[in-house]
Design a protein around this ligand. Structure first.
Ligand SMILES: [Zn+2]
Ligand SMILES: [Zn+2]
Length: 132
């Protein structure tokens, strides 16, 4: 199955021809600051299966080991990737169709903002979670 998504303005579009490996809410301080939002929800795919089908994203080197890709026109945050990793994360909300996707758990919960209260009953981890 193919998953497609785009930035807010539509200049950049992508397609992933793979099944997702996992889905999680990230509460780390870098996701928070890059997105200016309290939490970012990620869906993980094999790196080789992502293709940019319209436009090109810009890259932010967010830490020495990882980068993020976003639209330089509208700022939508689409990809997180650790250098050399065989998988990458895509912002779940940038997919065209994400209503029926189930989220597995919370990661970096120890740095979650105090004003965001959780009540979904999902497991909470203070690190990358159980699948990395
Ligand atoms: Zn855009
Ligand atoms: Zn994060």
């Amino acid at each position: 199955m193919a998953y497609e998504g785009r930035c807010y303005c539509g200049k950049v579009r992508y397609r992933v021809n793979a099944e997702p490996l996992r889905v999680m809410h990230c509460h780390c301080s870098i996701c928070r600051r890059v997105s200016a939002a309290p939490v970012v929800t990620w869906i993980t795919f094999p790196t080789k299966d992502l293709e940019w089908i319209q436009g090109e994203p810009s890259t932010l080197k967010s830490t020495p080991e990882a980068s993020r890709q976003f639209c330089s026109d509208c700022g939508s945050h689409m990809v997180f990737e650790v250098d050399g990793a065989k998988e990458l994360d895509i912002t779940l909300a940038s997919l065209d169709d994400h209503d029926d996707i189930e989220v597995g758990y919370h990661i970096f919960n120890g740095t979650r903002v105090k004003w965001l209260k959780l009540s979904d009953g999902l497991p909470e981890y203070d690190d990358w979670g159980p699948d990395v």
